[in-house]
Design a protein around this ligand. Structure first.
Ligand code: NAP
Length: 312
């Protein structure tokens, strides 16, 4: 018996997040209806072929008709457009939610389009990979990951409980916070680190004294992890930075100051500063492992790569 109280889930956007929601809901025993739409016919066809949805539609308004839960799973910059497009099809008392990585801007973009007899509960599952599209999803994506809600001042607690139970059924842990605070927290834990990864991979690409094949062949663990992050979807991340400007710039300002301090320590041979700094950061990693948010297996538990071809 499914713990999911909704009977018809409508997914707007059918990429990594939406397909994982559909698969995780089915894994949880959800036997109600799932409808979906995406921008292109190719994605809509793929979603049907994979059996992610019972029906796909060309328009958002048709997709949400009769749904009691609508989840917007499009890039943050497309939220306003899809909210306006679906609004005429919304049923009374429907719960409208989203999975956008930025919250204050999504609230500002979506809320004005929703009829008064609907329940808007913004959310953000902190779970993803560098892949995108309907084939990238998997049922386990949300297991033991956090889904954060940023309720509005007039959010109905009964509807929030229903949505929370939905995410628990998908495998997630849940918490609530203020939208501005969410955006600052995510700037620290996700948005600024992504920008730094993009920059580091860009620097390696620009450095003419190190050849491309040297970067590819000799990439050590640190750089390899940067390349994985820097392979993330360009549209999604463009939108994240354009819509979480203030918080990201604040964190990058602090990052730059710390980087200058480390640069000075290296130049001046200040090993004490470097050692103290790295001791503090190692403790943060330990905290993440103790919180069950990553593995402590060496090299993130990856299986070793096959032996490299010997030099000739
Ligand atoms: P994705 O795999 O790239 O999928 C995005 C989907 O949105 C695609 O189906 C795309 O359709 C559709 N779409 C784009 N613009 C549209 C429009 N104007 N109208 C209708 N559909 C449109 O992206 P995702 O990774 O699932 O991300 C979706 C949301 O989740 C984003 O807001 C992101 O910030 C958030 N999020 C992502 C992650 C992550 O790590 N990936 C984690 C947490 C939250 P087409 O395929 O037809 O273009």
């Amino acid at each position: 018996m499914s713990r999911i109280a909704f009977r018809h889930i409508a997914l707007i956007g059918l990429g990594l997040e939406a397909s994982s929601i559909a698969l995780a809901a089915r894994r949880a025993g959800f036997d109600g209806r799932i409808t979906g739409t995406a921008r292109t016919a190719a994605t809509r066809d793929t979603a049907l072929r994979l059996g992610l949805c019972d029906a796909v539609f060309d328009t958002a308004a048709e997709t949400v008709a009769g749904a009691d839960l609508v989840i917007l799973c499009v890039p943050v910059g497309a939220m306003a457009e899809v909210a306006a497009a679906m609004a005429p099809g919304l049923a009374p008392q429907v719960v409208v939610s989203d999975v956008g990585s930025v919250k204050a801007r999504v609230i500002a973009d979506v809320a004005p389009h929703l009829p008064p007899n609907t329940h808007f509960i913004p959310s953000h599952p902190i779970a993803g990979t560098e892949r995108s599209g309907p084939e990238a999803g998997f049922a386990e994506l949300f297991d033991d990951r956090w889904c954060l809600f940023t309720p509005l001042s007039d959010t109905d607690p009964t509807q929030l409980t229903k949505l929370r139970d939905f995410w628990h059924a998908l495998g997630a842990k849940t918490d609530t916070m203020d939208a501005e605070h969410h955006d600052l927290v995510l700037a620290v834990t996700s948005h600024a680190p992504h920008l730094i990864a993009y920059t580091m991979v860009g620097v390696a690409d620009d450095l003419s004294r190190v050849t491309e094949s040297e970067v590819v062949n000799y990439s050590a663990a640190g750089f390899r992890d940067f390349t994985r992050i820097a392979a993330s979807d360009p549209t999604m991340w463009r939108d994240v930075f354009l819509t979480n400007k203030a918080a990201t710039l604040e964190i990058l300002g602090r990052f730059t100051e710390e980087l200058f301090a480390l640069q000075r320590a290296i130049r001046q041979g200040d090993g004490v500063h470097l050692h103290d700094y790295f001791t503090r950061t190692r403790a943060i990693r330990q905290g993440i492992i103790e919180a069950g948010q990553d593995t402590d297996a060496p090299n993130f538990g990856r299986t070793p790569l096959p032996p490299a071809e010997p030099d000739t």
